[in-house]
Design a protein around this ligand. Sequence first.
Ligand SMILES: [Zn+2]
Length: 283
Amino acid sequence: MSWKNIFAVVFFAAATLAAQSPTHHPPKPPKSLRLYVFDCGVLKPADAKSFGFDHVAELKMSVPCFLVVHPKGTLMWDVGVVPDSDFKGDGSPVSQGFIEVAKPLKPQLEAIGYEPEDIQYLAMSHYHIDHSANANMFAGSTWLVEQAERDIMFSDKPAPVRSEKNYAALKDSKTKILPADADYDVFGDGTVIIKPAQGHTPGHQVLYLKLRKTGPVLVAGDLYHYNEERNTDHVPNFEYNKEQSLASRAKIEEFLKQSHAQLWIEHDYTANAKLKKSPAYYE
Ligand SMILES: [Zn+2]
């Protein structure tokens, strides 16, 4: 048999095996809530002036993505700053101006056994480019969004920090419009709650998780960017509605006191560096 023929036999054997391999099954649901944190990049702004500060302790910002795995289903929360399609596939990081991303999102999901098609719900804290880059990947999920947020995302008028092409497929997604003035209990047992916190954008929202061992955690989207913003009236100069932001912050700070939840500021580079990253998880 020639090398060419051997290659052909091996190739067809492999192709047959691949065709026969069982279809993908996601991991079995866990008995209690889990939270995975993915590395979706770093932002390196030149200064903190657009956030109202001459100086902050750490200028760099982390960009995390999150997977919530509940016994009854899964929720992706925030999906990065650079779409996976911008990666060359040779393992090199993507660098675009002040954005640096070391790894695409999908392989991080696959490393723990999930394909994007396995994800039941998609929710983003808000539509800005650094939270929505891979939204199209989850167009098959049920999208959890406030009407005002959806409206500005698909508005004909220009809107700040928007990259429509990265989430265009959501337009046809199964969509659950969340109340603008009430919490939304995603799995109905009080452990995964989306809370309205408008201001940064018209429908900005935050995520409250009741984790069995870790305790309650509030994943705060861009309610704050830097820890220095807490207990001040400094908001970014690209805020949709400053008064609304300050009211949302006051409401969430009150909730943190009552619930004793930890506040996770997504862009807090120093705090994010200390978080366990997937495949490790919080439970
Ligand atoms: Zn952001």
